[in-house]
Write a protein that binds this ligand. Structure first.
Ligand SMILES: Cc1ncc(COP(=O)(O)O)c(C=O)c1O
Length: 376
């Protein structure tokens, strides 16, 4: 099957599994609020952008302001490591595989608790992304392979060395730590309750959530299902065209690995296999899964960086704009005409995006904003 989208028929029930148990039990927001520099990230209203696309209101939650780390990821790593150390204070070394942001988050959190970090990255990780992880005091090992290969390497070496693997994706038998990471991500969704004080949370009609392994999107789906059940906003999952494991999982009706070539500028979303813990939530609580070309991410970066009228400039990186990029694809690409119609996007539709990172790779970001001939 090679369609660029899948229309799901969700039952809106949260699966009774270990992920649910952990998400129910933990309140990471309480923990995050104790960390130095904690502040809810801003929710930005963009009236000019909504006029331009003839929709109701557009809101973007800007995670580039998260603890000075330019991405939301630290919410998960810090909470998981905090919980793991509460159980085993003697643990010395934390390890993970990453496309960049999660590795930086694990390194930052390990350092905060006076511990060590070893971070595995795939062969296409840029020098800039490696440098920021090393700047947090971690050892970075670049492997000859993609993100899934890096995950396997991190798991193998962690076992051999007695390190604690803090991976943001779950598989059979490794579900608890990824669920703690998702519990950490829930903070950003819970903050929406405060953020959306001008209107109300229930005023949002469609939420676009970009996905790599799907843990962030899964936390969002849990938040909405838990709060609103079947009356939740519609949820659209957005992946890069060549790293579309979630779309393929929907199409196959079982957890599946992308057969794409793992080439995309959306580095944080460049993951082949969805997380087991996230998949159960996505399957039961989302409406559409789509995969998009990189050109929409570039367009989205430029639309947010060069706003019209009084709209605020937002610096959102290649993965950060994933949701906005999905929206642009649905609004403009003939491939998604039926998706647009079926979602009933019109002048009264209120839309929420999570900009999950800022310019985490400045060089790539600068190239995009300086290039006005974007067509691939
Ligand atoms: C900036 C950014 N956005 C979104 C994601 C996707 O998160 P997940 O892998 O949980 O789907 C990532 C993952 O690394 C990321 O770095």
């Amino acid at each position: 099957m090679n369609s660029n989208y899948y229309k799901n028929s969700p039952n809106n029930i949260i699966l009774d599994d270990i992920t649910k148990e952990i998400l129910e039990k933990h309140n990471a927001l309480e923990f995050h609020a104790t960390l130095q520099g904690y502040k809810p990230t801003p929710l930005i209203h963009l009236p000019e952008l909504s006029k331009k696309h003839n929709v109701g209101n557009i809101y973007i939650k800007d995670e580039s302001h998260r603890f000075g780390l330019n991405a939301f990821k630290v919410l998960g790593a810090s909470y998981a490591i905090h919980q793991l150390l509460a159980k085993n204070p003697e643990s010395e070394t934390f390890c993970t595989a990453t496309d960049g942001n999660h590795g930086r988050a694990v390194a930052w959190s390990a350092k905060k608790f006076g511990k060590k970090a070893v971070i595995y990255v795939p062969d296409d990780t840029t020098a800039q992304r490696i440098k920021v992880i090393e700047n947090e005091g971690a050892k970075v090992i670049q492997i000859d392979g993609n993100y899934d290969d890096a995950c396997q390497e991190a798991e193998k070496t962690s076992k051999a060395n007695n390190w604690i693997l803090v991976q943001d994706m779950a598989w059979e038998g490794y579900e608890e730590i990824p669920a703690l990471i998702m519990a950490g991500y829930l903070t950003l969704f819970k903050e929406l309750e405060e953020n959306l004080h001008t209107s109300s949370d229930s005023n949002v009609d469609i939420v676009f959530l970009q996905a790599g392994v799907g843990s962030m999107a899964g936390a969002g789906v849990y938040y909405y299902l838990n709060k609103y059940g079947a009356n939740r906003p519609k949820i659209v999952i957005v992946e890069p065209k060549e790293a579309d494991g979630i779309l393929l999982s929907f199409q196959n009706n079982k957890l599946s690995t992308s057969v794409g070539n793992s080439t995309t500028i959306m580095a944080g979303l460049n993951c082949g296999t969805p997380s087991l813990g996230a998949w159960g939530l996505l399957k039961n609580g989302t409406d559409y899964s789509i995969r998009i070309k990189d050109k929409y991410a570039k367009q989205a970066i430029r639309e947010l960086y060069f706003p019209t009228g009084s709209d605020k400039r937002i610096i959102s990186g290649e993965s950060g704009v994933g949701g906005v990029a999905g929206f642009l694809a649905i609004m403009n690409d003939v491939d998604f005409q039926t998706v647009k119609e079926s979602l009933d996007i019109g002048s009264k539709t209120n839309i929420l995006f999570i900009s999950t990172e800022g310019d985490t790779d400045k060089k790539v970001f600068d190239q995009i904003i300086n290039d006005n001939k974007i067509d691939n």
